[in-house]
Design a protein around this ligand. Structure first.
Ligand code: SF4
Ligand code: F3S
Length: 106
């Protein structure tokens, strides 16, 4: 399965949503996750993310492996998003900022 990692937090560009053929993105207040039960490993979303936040589960950087469980957990709590929307006004400022997990809103 594919996994959304930390750099999406507070960036949430949503370009990924438009290309997913099976609508497996779920939307929280400032982060998106992938439902691992829906993802068909098509790889299309990876190149769309301006923040380079999406990885195959097996390719996650070592400091991001906990995002697999977080995507699984939050995907059951959050609703489907199927269309791109405007990112937060300060999205560019948060791109590449480290240690954003404590800023995740549920
Ligand atoms: Fe959707 Fe494909 Fe990305 Fe999985 S890899 S989340 S199916 S676009
Ligand atoms: Fe997040 Fe990248 Fe999608 S920033 S919302 S995973 S395009």
């Amino acid at each position: 399965t594919y996994v959304v990692s930390e750099n999406c937090i507070k960036c949430k560009f949503t370009d990924c949503v438009d290309v997913c053929p099976v609508d497996c993105f779920r939307e929280g207040p400032n982060f998106l996750v992938i439902d691992p039960d829906e993802c068909i490993d098509c790889t299309l979303c990876v190149a769309e993310c301006p923040a380079e936040a999406i990885f195959a589960e097996d390719d996650l950087p070592a400091d991001q492996t906990h995002f697999t469980a977080l995507n699984a957990e939050l995907s059951k709590l959050w609703g489907v998003i199927v269309e791109k929307k405007d990112p937060p006004a300060d999205a560019e400022e948060w791109q590449g900022v480290k240690d954003k997990l404590h800023l995740l809103e549920r």
